[in-house]
Write a protein that binds this ligand. Structure first.
Ligand code: NDP
Length: 515
């Protein structure tokens, strides 16, 4: 180490919290549901197991289903067994901290009862009054539950000595108007700093790593702009179809399901300016600035910058088409694939297209951001190799690899002068020996710590809806939505038109050898 240099990074291996969250009560509405059993309780159990939960806490499940606390504990024990989280866990100790209260979401009496129950627990356990309310319920109930929390005095209004936080799962509305209505309903009882809008995608380790990679290294940022970058491509491909979520997906489609949240977050991470400090307020502000710079969608150009698709049956009928899926209308015009060519109109990115692509039933699951750099300005090899020398590509992949790859040109060994593409590769787990951190563990922990860094701010939600609303309107309100829906075979890489809109797409998804 250089003289006077201080260690700037954690030692290899475990990198855990140095502060524990304050003691609190965690209330999960919809605790009888899928999210609670598959994600929230396994995450809470892991945090408990590694000692990252508060020293003193209680978890209260709340839902309509009538069941005794013992029955609820047993269902959570089974859920933990299914997820593999029961092993090595002191279930006896954790289970004693889990409680259950049945209520109707729209009846005040149940909330008054819940309030008495929580106060009783706090007195008995010596808890300071900090409360986190997690809405793991259908989005149609958010306004009702927030209103009832306010009416029953559970929203923490006027409480000085302790915090009350409200955690809301995506989707945050289904368009700009409904997002604003929801926000007004939440703000009628909660202040902005009490509200945590979750996008668990953001809490994935490799997604967080994008900002670290960009702003903790001096070599990439100087070339991260219009002078050196030809395009940025953001791809989130799923191999699964609509599965059991047709009821929701028929209304949402790919634009609401993926673009309004995950894809816009990836765009912001790739495009944002360096924040002055790695702190929630500064980071969220920089993301908002990216959304403000998005060039408004031009309906006149319309399908010149957007490809919509829907999966049809796979080759030889191996996979059903979207319209053949359970609970999908046989004449459904819901898009399951979209590629959008977007522009960030600012000094850094002027003229650089951002291709944003997501789809269901594609050839394989893949999530990556590709930064394609420009070719060298002048090829000194033109007499031996022609004009074009393949450009550098930086691929930040979240799935299936958690990796970063930079491709570059080197000489091929041998007497003839020719180039080949080599790559520098980084595997996210490289040199790390500690346990992985699941995204729900991270969001629950950050809520308890009051850190908004990985959550959506309302202005970002509104700006993104504002950007996407003309796209949605064009797709949904045109005379014949079918006319613009390109059918692609299930299990393929989407409609041919996508490759026409973005010629580099095949390379971005690794289909052609990098040349
Ligand atoms: P569920 O459909 O499993 O519903 C959760 C609970 O809400 C149910 O157990 C039920 O409890 C109650 N509920 C369901 N439908 C109704 C209804 N029509 N009226 C009143 N109560 C109802 O939802 P999830 O757990 O899958 O999701 C919860 C939230 O999290 C949703 O907003 C979803 O969008 C979001 N989310 C879910 C993910 C997941 O992986 N599941 C991933 C990302 C976000 P009871 O009848 O006992 O009251």
């Amino acid at each position: 180490m250089e003289e006077n240099a201080k260690p700037t990074s954690a030692p290899q291996g475990e990198c855990r919290m140095d502060t524990r969250p304050e003691d609190c009560v965690i209330v999960i509405f919809g605790a009888s549901g899928d999210l609670s059993a598959r994600k929230l309780f396994p995450a809470l159990a892991r945090l408990f197991q590694v000692g990252d939960l508060p020293r003193n806490f209680a978890i209260v499940g709340a839902a309509r289903s009538r069941m005794a606390t013992e029955e609820f504990r047993e269902s959570m024990r089974e859920a933990l067994a299914r997820s593999g989280h029961l092993l090595e866990l002191d279930w006896g100790e954790l289970s004693q901290r889990i409680h259950y209260q049945a209520l109707e979401y729209d009846a005040l009496g149940g909330y008054l009862e819940l309030s008495r129950f929580i106060t009783g627990l706090e007195e008995r356990l010596g808890l300071p009054g900090n409360r986190m309310f997690y809405l793991a319920i259908p989005p149609t109930l958010y306004e009702t539950v927030a209103g009832m929390l306010g009416a029953s005095g559970l929203s923490g209004r006027g409480v000085e000595h302790a915090w009350t936080r409200l955690v809301v799962e995506k989707p945050f509305g289904s368009d700009l108007a409904s997002a604003r209505t929801l926000d007004e309903a939440l703000h009628a009882h909660f202040r902005e700093e009490q509200i945590f809008r979750i996008d668990h995608y953001l809490a994935k380790e490799t997604i967080q790593n994008i900002l670290l990679f960009r702003f903790a290294n001096a070599v990439f940022e100087p070339v991260w702009n219009r002078n050196y970058v030809e395009y940025v491509s953001i791809v989130a491909a799923e191999d699964l179809g609509v599965e059991h979520r047709a009821g929701y997906y028929e209304q949402a489609g790919v634009l609401r399901d993926m673009f309004q949240n995950h894809m816009m977050q990836l765009l912001a991470l790739a495009a944002m300016e360096p924040p002055t400090l790695f702190h929630a307020g500064e980071v969220l502000d920089e993301k908002v600035k990216v959304y403000k710079c998005l060039r408004p969608f031009d309906p006149a150009v319309g399908f010149g910058q957007l490809v919509l698709g829907q999966y049809g049956p796979g080759k030889e009928g191996a996979l059903p088409g979207y319209r053949e899926e359970k609970n999908v209308a046989p004449n459904s015009t819901t898009p399951t694939f979209a590629m959008l060519k977007a522009h960030v109109d600012n000094w850094r990115w002027q003229g650089v297209p951002f291709y944003i692509t997501s789809g269901k039933r594609l050839a394989r699951k893949l999530t990556r951001i590709v930064v394609k750099f420009k070719e060298v300005p002048h090829s000194i090899y033109r007499r031996v190799l022609g004009e074009h020398v393949s450009a550098n590509r930086l691929v930040m992949e979240t799935y299936p690899q958690e990796s970063i790859n930079l491709s570059f040109q080197v000489k091929n060994p041998g007497p003839r002068f020719c180039l080949r593409t080599a790559s520098m590769s980084f595997d996210f787990q490289q040199g790390y020996t500690g346990p992985p951190l699941d995204s729900y563990e991270k969001v629950l922990l950050d809520c308890m710590l009051g850190d908004h860094m990985l959550f959506w701010s309302q202005d970002a939600v509104e700006l993104c809806w504002g950007f996407l609303t003309p796209v949605l309107e064009m797709c949904e309100r045109c005379d014949d939505p079918n006319a613009h829906l390109r059918v692609y075979p299930a299990g393929s890489w989407g409609p041919r038109e996508a490759q026409e809109l973005h010629h580099g797409f095949r390379k971005d998804i690794g289909l052609d050898p990098i040349a």
